[in-house]
Design a protein around this ligand. Structure first.
Ligand code: HEC
Ligand code: HEC
Length: 184
């Protein structure tokens, strides 16, 4: 019985330290670009700390299978199988969301607010994210603009986001500034 307990304790300890080490190692790989715990500071690199777990899982899987547009992420994600992707998604979704601290255009943000209600249907009130729908509030304006253009131009293909085809470049710029301006 004692032996069994000892074995159990060693086993549990080993697994706990392995898990902690695994998290640190993953965070270190991603931190080079996405910042500490996914709070990216470069405005062309999305904030991923505190992002929806389902969305993170979906995106990483798509990158790893070349089913999504991207640059570096197409290479990065290939190093991770399904199990690791699940682990990564869980890890980053549990981090605190730290909103962008990059400047935004106040006037454009006001314009964006007037046309943003339709986006709440899926992205939640004020764009804070809902289930598999990503958080867009407090994301870098530069990244939002870029990714919205990709949906508009059909480079980034997604049925639910195909509504962006109806938007002008000015409206996209306004929406990007508005959602980025929501920083609580
Ligand atoms: C060399 C820089 C770099 C590294 C390292 C990196 N990323 Fe990225 N990541 C990017 C860029 C740039 C984008 C935007 C898409 C693209 O260009 O590929 C991105 C996009 C993403 C997205 C999409 C977010 C969204 O809102 O759609 C996720 C998720 C992501 N990265 C997760 C990770 C994880 C997890 C790691 C570590 C395993 C990682 N990245 C490592 C640069 C990097
Ligand atoms: C019918 C539901 C729906 C509506 C309405 C909608 N979205 Fe989305 N949005 C999605 C889904 C689903 C995704 C993830 C798509 C993917 O995997 O590429 C997404 C992705 C995004 C992204 C990419 C996030 C990232 O981190 O890369 C942005 C930005 C975005 N939406 C902004 C908007 C804006 C602005 C509006 C309003 C004009 C809007 N969405 C309306 C469903 C919706």
């Amino acid at each position: 019985m004692k032996k069994y307990l000892l074995f159990l304790m060693v086993f549990v300890f080993f697994n706990l330290s392995f898990a902690a080490d695994g998290e640190k190692r993953i965070a270190a790989v991603c931190a080079g670009c996405h910042g500490t715990n996914g709070a990216s500071v470069g405005d062309s690199i999305p904030i991923i700390g505190g992002q929806s777990e389902d969305y993170l899982k979906k995106v990483m899987k798509e990158y790893s299978e070349d089913k999504r547009v991207g640059s570096v992420m197409l290479k990065v994600a290939k190093g991770y199988d399904d199990k690791r992707i699940e682990y990564i998604a869980k890890y980053f979704s549990k981090q605190k969301w730290v909103s962008s601290n990059k400047p935004f255009d106040k006037k454009l943000a006001e314009e964006g607010e007037k046309i943003a209600v339709i986006c709440f249907d899926c992205h939640g009130k004020n764009g804070k994210g809902m289930d598999e729908y990503p958080r867009i509030a407090g994301q870098h304006a530069f990244y939002l603009k870029q990714v919205l253009k990709e949906y508009k131009d059909g480079i980034n293909k997604n049925d639910e986001m195909s509504l962006l085809k109806e938007y002008s470049d000015e409206q996209i710029e306004a929406l990007a500034n508005y959602f980025s301006s929501i920083r609580q």
